[in-house]
Design a protein around this ligand. Structure first.
Ligand code: AMP
Length: 289
């Protein structure tokens, strides 16, 4: 079976309806394109949960701030289609902005509270409203059995779980682990912005997180660990750091002095034109294994 690409909601729905008539299970993997192996790992996980996989490719304007990289964001549909075809994906849904936001469009989806006004929510006002709006639309357009999202965007995954629960959207939300380059850099479409020199600096972000994670898991105090981590990230060449924080893995509330429950360390920092994000799970040694 080779890849089919559709550009309209009507064609997406017609394809899904035909699969449903055959009794097939359907998975959706939402992306903004410029695909890499991280995205492909999501399609493989999707394939384990469904008979047919849809990958949506849409650079969603409503989740970008006015000074962010919406126009510059890489758009590589022909290359993306080749990768999806090779990965056994059945359908690529690549709508235009007008298809998703036709004239007269007026509806917002907004998730309140601690989960959206910290980390990337604080650094990128309105970002998660845009994410909630587009993911709600994609889920309702395709009505899949499940949808796969990467832990690379851990806060996004938690926000999506929240509004799917709140709005009773009957789709199983599945989280996928972060895929990294051999040197530890988390794969990202935005890594394309890095110069050759910046690309050699970029893996230090993961190294700093790994160091803090190992020490925090054995009960070390977070204050000094985070202070040293910030110094190391700046010394490597990142500037500025949007955040370097340890938060509860479920509620995203700030963790106090030491980690006693499953937590997560989150970082966002700028390197040249790129804003890179990463995170690691911190499992306290007393509850590990
Ligand atoms: P994006 O195209 O950046 O919006 O990402 C689309 C999906 O792929 C999101 O669910 C991301 O969390 C996920 N993703 C991006 N990079 C990675 C990675 N390195 N490992 C796993 N998932 C990823």
């Amino acid at each position: 079976m080779s890849l089919t690409t559709v550009h309209t909601v009507a064609d997406l729905r017609a394809t899904v309806a035909a699969w449903r008539a055959e009794g097939l299970r359907v998975a959706l993997v939402p992306t903004m394109g410029a695909l890499h192996d991280g995205h492909i790992s999501l399609t493989k996980l999707a394939r384990e949960h469904a008979d047919r996989v849809i990958v949506s490719i849409f650079v969603n304007p409503t989740q970008f701030g006015p000074t962010e990289d919406f126009s510059a964001y890489p758009r590589t549909l022909p290359d993306d289609q080749k990768l999806l075809d090779a990965a056994g994906v059945a359908l690529c849904f690549a709508p235009s902005v007008d298809e998703m936001y036709p004239e007269g469009f007026a509806t917002k989806v907004s998730v309140d509270g601690a989960m959206t006004n910290v980390l990337c929510g604080a650094a990128r006002p309105g970002h998660f409203d845009g994410v909630a709006q587009i993911v709600t639309k994609l889920l309702l357009q395709s009505l899949p059995d499940c949808a796969i999202f990467g832990q690379k965007d851990y806060q996004q995954l938690m926000v999506i779980r929240r509004f799917c629960d709140d709005l009773n959207i009957p789709v199983d939300i599945i989280g996928a682990k972060i895929l990294r380059e051999k040197d530890g850099l988390a794969m990202s479409s935005r890594n394309r912005y890095l110069s050759v020199t910046e690309r050699t600096i970029a893996p230090s972000l993961n190294r700093v997180l790994a160091e803090i994670t190992a020490k925090a898991a054995t009960g070390a105090e977070l204050g000094p660990l985070l202070a040293k981590g910030r110094q190391d990230i700046l010394a490597a060449g990142f500037d500025p750091i949007d955040y370097l924080e340890v938060r509860d893995a479920l509620t995203l509330e700030l963790v106090g002095q030491t980690v006693t429950k499953p937590a997560r360390i989150f970082v966002a920092a700028h390197l040249g034109k790129a804003r890179l994000i990463d995170n690691h799970a911190i499992t306290p040694a007393n509850i590990a294994g």
